[in-house]
Design a protein around this ligand. Structure first.
Ligand code: PXL
Length: 271
């Protein structure tokens, strides 16, 4: 028995087999940032090296997702107050997760609104996107859309920091959740710009871009780092600032592979 228990952080997310993104990124981030990380798995994504590294996607059966969440919620009743929602993949999964979230009170529900993954066609998963907006967005206390997701959730096109701020405002109005909207490499200019908006404070967080190519797992890691910081009791804006610094180090220390994208390395922040 340890005398002091670390804060608990749960991620409900998919496995990305090469280890860069998804549940693997979440768990590594939770561990690095001093929380006790837990995963409930929603799906397994295995890129196909025989088919241009396209997506192979297998959902976990809804009952198995419900079983995992039942175990986690029973084991950590009273301690589990912070959850991150990553890739869901199907409307059935969203339904199952939304129902489980209602079994308890949450201090922090961080929604990374993964609409599509690298290798998927935009619009391929319209029913999933609609279910996410209808069933999970209203439960979120904090939401972390990337450029594409911010356009989808706000309904505006984003090509400047001013646009990203407007999108953050619109997403806050729609969801009531604190927004960290990520410009990433898709917003032109020398800096990686994210916009924080909580209904009163609008902050532009900016650091020099590490490169011009998106690195696998960066979005998952940023949202997981926000989740870990919130679980520790850090206030939302400071959590966002800390998370951005953490993901920047993880990108700087990225790992190359035979896959066509490099992967963030969370241990890099230790160096
Ligand atoms: O980066 C988004 C993402 C999240 N979760 C899983 C993924 C991906 C992208 O590949 O596979 C499981």
């Amino acid at each position: 028995m340890t005398t002091s228990t670390p804060p608990i952080a749960l991620s409900i997310a998919g496995s990305e087999a090469t280890g860069g993104a998804g549940a693997q990124a979440d768990l590594k981030t939770f561990e690095e940032l001093g929380t006790f990380g837990i995963i409930a798995l929603t799906c397994i994504v295995s890129f196909d090296p025989k088919n241009n590294w396209g997506h192979r996607f297998v959902p976990v059966a809804p009952q198995v997702i419900a079983d995992q969440l039942e175990a986690v919620q029973a084991a950590y009743a009273g301690q589990l107050r912070t959850v991150k929602l990553g890739m869901m993949g199907t409307p059935d999964t969203i339904e199952t997760v939304a129902a489980a979230l209602e079994n308890q009170e949450w201090a922090n529900v961080v929604l990374d609104p993964v609409l599509i993954c690298k290798g998927q066609e935009p619009g391929a998963a319209l029913d999933t996107d609609q279910a996410l907006q209808a069933k999970l967005l209203p439960k979120a206390t904090f939401v972390t859309p990337n450029h594409f997701e911010a356009e989808a959730l706000s309904g505006i096109s984003i090509s400047s920091v001013e646009d990203l701020k407007e999108a953050a405002r619109l997403i806050f109005e729609k969801s009531g959740a604190t927004v960290l909207a990520k410009g990433g490499v898709r917003l032109a200019g020398p800096d990686a710009v994210d916009v924080f908006y909580d209904g009163s404070t609008m902050e532009v967080l900016s650091t020099p871009k590490v490169g011009d190519v998106a690195v696998s797992g960066a979005g998952c890691t940023l949202a997981a780092a926000v989740t870990a910081e919130l679980a520790k009791g850090v206030a939302p804006l400071q959590a966002s600032i800390n998370a951005k610094a953490f993901v920047t180090e993880s990108i700087k220390n990225r790992v190359a592979s035979a896959a066509p994208f490099e992967a963030v390395y969370q241990g890099g922040a230790r160096r």
